[in-house]
Design a protein around this ligand. Structure first.
Ligand code: DX5
Ligand code: ZN
Length: 216
């Protein structure tokens, strides 16, 4: 997979005009659709589930990246893949049997990502890094769009890159939360391959142009 990818988060889309916003992403230079699933238990907020996934899959012409912010994600990964997820990321903090869950995602035909909350150390991935397709570093506490970027993320990107290189692993690094036009290029320079952007894209006057600028 090529790097320097942008994944607009549909959490900030206008759900009254969801297909319109999906078409905008199709037309734009965005690479992936980022889908935030929240259960009101792992995170304080509830977002959406399979009906929205169906709408996304019907209209989306790009790679679909599903971020599960739910407890016991292993119970739902297969269904999300059936509903069109190309990549499923599960939180380290939500998985007792992380290796089993990663293998389940891959056996069912999707890429597998592991997400770390801002306070979860990168070195906890040491024994799984060679098995996974992506590390998703949270740069805000998960649960809501539009929060302030946590600066410590730059250090975590560097640590993740070191871990990947020292294991000859191939996982991509994705950063999620508070990404905007001010920090995007520094994040790519620090080693991020994929940037999620919700508020920065959907609150801008010209979302398509913003997506283009996030890649520069
Ligand atoms: C936060 C979600 C993010 C969020 C990003 O829990 O995982 O994907 O939608 O939104 P912004 O870019 O507005 O911080
Ligand atoms: Zn997300």
């Amino acid at each position: 997979m090529k790097t320097k990818l942008i994944a607009p988060s549909l959490l900030s889309a206008d759900f009254g005009h969801l297909s319109r916003d999906i078409e905008m992403i199709n037309r734009s230079q965005a690479d992936w659709f980022h889908i935030d699933v929240m259960d009101g238990r792992f995170v304080p907020n509830i977002s959406f589930g399979f009906p929205v996934m169906n709408t996304v899959r019907q209209h989306a012409k790009k790679f679909v990246d599903v971020h599960l912010m739910i407890v016991e994600p292993e119970r739902y990964v297969e269904e999300f893949i059936q509903h069109g997820a190309d990549l499923v990321s599960v939180h380290y903090e939500a998985c007792i049997h992380l290796h089993r869950t990663v293998k389940l995602i891959q056996e069912k035909g999707a890429k597998a990502g592991v997400v770390l909350n801002p306070s979860t150390p990168v070195l906890l991935l040491e024994d799984i890094i060679s098995e996974i397709d992506l590390v998703l570093l949270m740069s805000v506490n998960p649960g809501f769009g539009g929060q302030k970027f946590i600066e410590n993320t730059y250090r975590k990107i560097a640590e993740t890159k070191d871990l990947i290189l020292s294991n000859n692993a191939t996982a991509l690094i994705e950063v999620d939360g508070g990404v905007n036009l001010e920090n995007a290029s520094r994040l790519f320079d620090a080693g991020a391959d994929v940037l999620v952007a919700g508020n920065a894209v959907f609150s801008s006057e010209d979302p398509e142009r913003t997506i283009e600028l996030l890649k520069i």
